[in-house]
Ligand binder design. Structure first.
Ligand SMILES: [Zn+2]
Length: 333
């Protein structure tokens, strides 16, 4: 594990002692620790223990406290279902139309159990080992809007009611600014924000939502990471100007092209195909990891990872193989 002060050289534009590697683990971490995912999503100790155990098992470089995209929906009284060992889902979004937002106060994350859970998990990890880099977590404006209003409604609103959509974005952004602040106070070293629908909207629609996500990033006093899912090739110019320090790209992106558009200074994280961790051999994961670094990582502003969360059924040797590549990479030329 790179200690937090070593890892932070990356934000000063300095080369790290080696290529950093941070697999995006949530369900997999719970599985390694033998913890049910419902507990991981609701109990601070279960989350902290899963993340710490998984990092110590593989010795990569940072933990994260993400689990699902629905903490704001929860705080607003949405109907959520928590499967015993799966990702929570919103059964009924708390916002059904403009009337539901009227006069509604932005929730204070410190008052809602599942937000407090994440904040407390950060404290527990930092108490256990202050030198462990902790990535706190919030949602991007698009992700929050789709969680509290329903994904189909949110996507439709780009064409039918932009004013209301903007109000949703602003409401969510205010919540996330507060939530990020609370996590930084608890000890988070980096704040990550996720937007899983980034690939599903036009460049122009994405740009509109990113204006609000950018405002969240601007308010955060520690380095920031923006995680987007799917093929976001058409969003690269928006990502270049999103204001985050790290852009976290999914498997579909050509890393060489991403580097070209995002520029040499942007820290890129990615992007081995997560699905391959389940069935492929460690040799294949090793080759793909080397390829990623070759394509995007040679200037140092790079973190090796899978493109998105690695599945809970990933093979142990495959996670190990990716970490080993980062530790032993010396380039080919
Ligand atoms: Zn993703």
């Amino acid at each position: 594990m790179l200690r937090v002060e070593e890892f932070f050289q990356i934000f000063a534009g300095d080369k790290l002692p080696r290529v950093p590697v941070i697999p995006f683990v949530m369900q997999y971490a719970a599985k390694v620790a033998g913890i049910r995912y419902r507990d991981y999503c609701t109990d601070p100790e279960a989350m902290a223990e899963s993340q710490v155990k998984c990092l110590e098992e593989f010795d990569y470089d940072a933990v994260n406290v993400s689990s699902d995209a629905h903490r704001l929906a929860d705080a607003l009284g949405g109907d959520l279902f928590f499967p015993e060992d799966g990702v929570p889902v919103v059964r009924k979004p708390p916002i059904r139309g403009p009337g539901d937002l009227q006069g509604r106060e932005v929730p204070d994350p410190r008052e809602f159990p599942r937000c407090v859970q994440r904040i407390e998990a950060i404290k527990l990890i930092k108490e256990y080992n202050p030198r462990m880099t902790v990535i706190g977590w919030i949602e991007g404006a698009l992700s929050d809007a789709s969680s509290i209003f329903g994904p189909t409604n949110a996507l439709r609103a780009f064409y039918t009611d932009r004013d209301f959509l903007k109000r949703l974005f602003e409401f969510s952004a205010e919540f996330d600014r507060r939530f990020a602040r609370a996590q930084v106070e608890a000890g988070a070293d980096i704040i990550g924000a996720g937007d899983s629908l980034a690939s599903q909207v036009s460049t122009e629609s994405f740009e509109l939502s990113v204006e609000y996500t950018k405002d969240i990033f601007r308010s955060i006093t520690v380095p920031t990471l923006y995680h987007v899912c799917g093929d976001t090739t058409h969003q690269l110019t928006v990502l270049r100007d999103c204001g985050a320090d790290i852009v976290d790209l999914d498997r579909e992106l050509d890393m060489r092209q991403a580097r070209e558009v995002l520029g040499d200074d942007m820290i890129i994280r990615g992007n081995v195909d997560p699905v391959l961790f389940v069935k492929e051999s460690p040799e294949r994961i090793r080759d793909l990891s080397v390829e990623c670094i070759d394509r995007a990582g040679k200037n140092g502003a790079f973190i090796l990872s899978a493109g998105c969360e690695i599945p809970p059924d990933s093979k142990y040797e495959n996670v190990q193989a990716m970490v080993e590549v980062a530790k032993s990479y010396h380039g080919h030329t």
